[in-house]
Design a protein around this ligand. Structure first.
Ligand code: ADP
Ligand code: MG
Length: 235
């Protein structure tokens, strides 16, 4: 379980995340919803340890996330952040080999397995610029799965892709689900939540205003803010 306890993030005296608390169970897909600017990316940046917390603590199965090895938490960024000068295979093998977590050979073997699983076996020697948006995203997800993270974070997984790819993205995220892996996906798309989320966190102005099951969120949200958000997004 990931216990987020009273987490705040203050930047230049501006409160970006305001005393967020919630317990997230392993093995589920949590959708982090909210309007643009509500703090979704900032919360993911805090959880991925790219930025520090101003207040509060996040504990994963008894360990402060700051003390977890880098490999435990994986992030797939909105813009994928692939290394442009490396081949697809090298994008996957670079970090595990550099961090001495895998030998070159076993990293290549695992990369080939993942690329095959994602239908990219023939792209192994190409560079990111030669790939479509959807293919880049699959490479980014495969790269993150190389280290088999327990917590997997996605920031706006559908935003860089055509709307008709929503179903494909949902399938990809579902494919990266496994026992005991917690997936948190920031999005403002209700459709992908309806397709794959188990649990919903809804942020507004840095505050957590809904923390509930998907069914409850869509059928009976408690806050006015979530109600208006759902109504607007349905239009
Ligand atoms: P979301 O991902 O929900 O759109 P963000 O987490 O990106 O929201 O941003 C939340 C708010 O924090 C926004 O108002 C944004 O301008 C502000 N913000 C985010 N990062 C910084 C930063 N490094 N410096 C100043 N303000 C920031
Ligand atoms: Mg964002």
């Amino acid at each position: 379980m990931l216990k987020i306890d009273n987490v705040s993030k203050i930047i230049n005296e501006l409160t970006i995340l305001d005393s967020i608390s919630c317990d997230l169970k392993d093995g589920q897909i949590v959708a982090l919803l909210g309007p643009s600017g509500s703090g979704k990316s900032t919360l993911l940046r805090c959880l991925s340890r790219l930025t520090s917390l101003s207040n509060g603590i996040a504990i994963y199965n008894g360990t402060n996330i700051n003390d977890l090895p880098a490999s435990k938490i994986g992030v797939v960024f909105q813009s994928f952040n692939l290394f442009p000068h490396m081949t697809v295979q090298k994008n996957l093998t670079y970090a595990p080999v550099k961090l001495k977590l895998m030998s070159e050979n076993s990293a290549k073997e695992k990369a080939d397995d993942l690329l095959t699983q994602f239908g990219l076996q023939d792209k192994s020697d190409q560079h990111p610029a030669q790939l479509s948006g959807g293919q880049k995203q699959r490479v980014a997800i495969a790269r993150t799965l190389m280290l088999d993270p327990d917590i997997l974070l996605f920031d706006e997984p559908t935003s860089a892709l055509d709307p008709e790819m929503m179903g494909d993205v949902a399938q990809l995220i579902l494919a990266s689900k496994r026992d005991n892996r917690l997936i948190i996906m920031a999005t403002h798309e209700l459709k992908i939540c309806q397709l794959i989320a188990d649990h919903i966190l809804f942020l507004d102005h840095g505050k957590l205003v809904e923390n509930c099951s998907k069914t409850q969120f869509f059928e009976n949200p408690t806050s006015m803010r979530a109600k208006t958000f759902i109504d607007k997004m349905k239009l």
